[in-house]
Design a protein around this ligand. Sequence first.
Ligand SMILES: [Zn+2]
Length: 293
Amino acid sequence: MKLLGVVLAIQVTLALALVSLVATDSLPFADGEAETPRSPRPTVDRFDGEAAFRLLREQVELGPRPAGSEASRRLAERLRGLLPRGRFQEVPGGLRNVIGTVPGREPGFVVVGAHYDTKDIPGFVGANDGASGTAVVTELARTIRRPRHTIHFILFDGEESPRGTPDADFAEEGLRGSKVAARAFRDARAMVLLDFVGDRRLSIPREAYSRPGLWRRLRAAAKRVGAARVFPPETSAAVLDDHIPFLRRGVPAIDLIDFTFPCFHRPCDDLSAVSERSVDAVGETVYELLRTL
Ligand SMILES: [Zn+2]
């Protein structure tokens, strides 16, 4: 889950300061949704959108995958096997991040992440919220060879807060895997988070905490691969997500999240809500971005 925060105050010094957030359930739903066309077909083909979508479907078919569940443990084993140099990173509470690494040509590293747990709601399978980002990050890790800087691909456990946690406690109770990862990877040159990236009507404006400089590079990459339409030149509300622990440690980070997604934490976040075209457009864009980081 992500809280859609209304920022009451932000003190900007060197580090980011989260002062106060108000959770809201009233998300900007259907407005304009009908006019949003399908995701563009990129002009390049270096990312295997079909393979990524298969991996998305495979996760959904496991059913609900809340942190610590049997299905989540099985998925983690599967993801570890898929990622290059796949390994676990222990997270308190018996949880585990899954990490893969592709070595670079020069010193320094970047982090690309997504969460693989799903919100603990009965019947909730998280095709977009959980599976889409996990699928794209995993497929990127399997595709990219000899990047400039080493890339650590991190699939976070426990992004969602445990069942029954009040929204106001999300920052404390959620983001469990990314807090551990941010400590270990605090020297990252950049962090790119993929969250709701698979919905059929995909439009990803800059999330308000996402660093403008890095976001500009993302949009430039999208333009080069013919996917500019996915990333309109607008800024959306701030979202508490797995990029926050990295931002707090001074890592420039961005969050690719379409928060106009109408099935946010609803049972309709299933296969009918996502599309291979969207997954592919984001995959090609982030592939291109990672060439330049
Ligand atoms: Zn969620």
